[in-house]
Design a protein around this ligand. Structure first.
Ligand code: FES
Ligand code: FES
Length: 177
């Protein structure tokens, strides 16, 4: 099988250079080579978006589906998976979730959780984008729905996800205009 050499930043750590089979999908690499199983395999066909991870770019954030994109397509990128968003407080040694993760928990946004890592990554990308480009308050709900429209959830009907993000953003006046 033909191989290519890849290297990228993942959750702040350098991965590679490492030779990988060109047919290896990114989700398989995350699960089997890096032991990062928080990214979930749903449809496997690029539809449900359960498997998305986040890329930090020079101009913002974009998400990528890992079930249909090979490891090689991530070469040179700066990536985050769901495992990378929480922080340990150096003083207290307590885990601090990203505000989006905390909001999802406080709003009981998920049930089985299979879709959650995808929602977390998409919503964090959206939330971070508002720091550069605040949204009109009157357009907030439609903007949230548009940002998460491709994510499928079989359990909760989406409302709690949307409400969680809306409440989080409204609690930070600098994110709306
Ligand atoms: S598992 Fe990747 S889009 Fe559904
Ligand atoms: S919480 Fe079960 S699929 Fe979304």
């Amino acid at each position: 099988m033909s191989k290519s050499t890849v290297n990228f930043i993942l959750n702040g750590k350098q991965i590679g250079p490492i030779a990988v089979d060109q047919n290896t999908m990114m989700i398989q690499f995350l699960h089997e080579h890096l032991n990062l199983t928080g990214t979930k395999f749903g449809c496997g066909a690029g539809i449900c978006h359960a498997c998305v991870i986040l890329e930090k770019t020079a101009t913002g954030h974009v998400t990528h589906r890992t079930c249909i994109n090979g490891v090689g397509s991530f070469n040179g990128k700066n990536l985050m998976t769901v495992e990378g968003h929480a922080r340990i407080d150096v003083k207290t040694q307590e885990l601090e979730l990203h505000p989006v993760q905390q909001a999802f928990i406080e709003h009981f946004s998920f049930q089985c959780g299979w879709c959650t890592s995808g929602f977390v990554n998409e919503a964090i990308g959206y939330y971070e984008s508002l720091k550069q480009n605040p949204v009109k308050k009157s357009e907030l709900r439609s903007s949230i729905e548009a940002s998460l429209a491709e994510h499928v959830c079989r359990c909760t009907g989406y409302v709690k996800y949307y409400e969680a993000i809306e409440d989080l953003i409204l609690s930070q006046p600098e994110l709306v205009r």
